[in-house]
Ligand binder design. Structure first.
Ligand SMILES: C[S@@+](CC[C@H](N)C(=O)[O-])C[C@H]1O[C@@H](n2cnc3c(N)ncnc32)[C@H](O)[C@@H]1O
Length: 261
């Protein structure tokens, strides 16, 4: 196995800090795959409005980016993402529709080639009165070199619309933006090998790290909010049960929708 230059970081570790400060410390070409769900630039009211259940169990303090800064923020972290990826590296970035333009431009400007524009269809978006209910996210699958990247065709006919349920963590601490593990597992199965180094610069509750470890990949994660960082660490340490069951009712990821109208 190659030994990537992780700078001051150790493999299989989460770090509490700002990704914009930490990414530049990573060695060029040190990461095989980036899977990330960056903060969004919308009015974040998940804890107050977007939940159908006890707000007190939802962690606070999630860091959003003001709308007018979002383009620059995206450009800055994506340039670093491109630099730290290995020549055969790939990146999956999640985005709601309302800031998709910034994400697409950021990918182009940083030098990525977008291979697929995936849609994640989830269930039970936020109820609306005068518009359609948002019930999908965009996942941009982008690579450094379109002529040479990892893609294991683990299915014969892998379509670009993924219908995957959110998970329900009954009676436990919750984070408002947790990705379903099944979604991350799918990405890792198609676009990484055992032993690869997987980075999530906006780790939130730690899903990318937890799934990477489960699948025999190395990982590195950054999170700026202390409460989230500690929660992710707790999950990795086994303090939070790993298996969350799929939910059939109202779910977690409500913050990227536009709120209730
Ligand atoms: C959409 S959430 C990620 C959710 C995660 N995929 C999960 O499954 O829980 C984005 C995270 O990025 C964090 N964040 C925002 N700005 C950041 C920054 N500059 N550096 C590091 N983390 C940041 C937020 O606090 C939030 O936890």
């Amino acid at each position: 196995m190659r030994s990537p230059d992780l700078g001051p970081f150790s493999p299989d570790t989460l770090y509490h800090g700002d990704a914009l400060d930490l990414l530049p410390l990573l060695g060029a070409g040190s990461i095989d795959l980036i899977v990330t769900d960056p903060p969004f630039a919308i009015d974040f009211r998940a804890r107050k409005m977007n939940y159908h259940r006890t707000g007190s169990r939802v962690l606070e303090g999630y860091r959003e980016i003001p709308g007018h800064e979002y383009g620059q923020f995206t450009k800055q972290w994506m340039e670093e993402a491109f630099r730290v990826l290995s020549p055969t590296g790939s990146m999956y970035v999640f985005s709601g529709w309302n800031r998709l333009k910034d994400v697409l431009c950021g990918l182009d400007d940083a030098g990525f080639t977008t291979i697929n524009h995936l849609i994640w269809k989830y269930q039970f978006g936020v109820f609306t009165r005068k518009k359609f209910v948002t019930s999908h996210y965009h996942i941009l699958f982008a690579v450094k070199d379109p002529g040479n990247y990892v893609f294991h065709k683990v299915e014969h006919y892998p379509e670009d619309v993924w219908v995957i349920n959110r998970e329900y963590w009954k009676g436990r601490k919750k984070t408002p933006t947790k990705l379903p593990s099944q979604l991350v597992r799918r990405i890792l199965a198609f676009s990484s090998n055992p032993g690869d180094m997987v980075l999530d610069p906006f780790i939130g509750s730690g899903t990318v790290a937890v799934v990477s470890r489960e699948m025999g990949r190395h990982f590195l994660g950054f999170e700026v909010v202390d409460e989230y960082f500690r929660f992710a660490q707790e999950r990795l340490d086994g303090g939070v049960p790993a298996g969350a069951r799929e939910r059939d009712g109202s779910g977690e990821r409500k913050e990227h929708a536009e709120g209730e109208n």
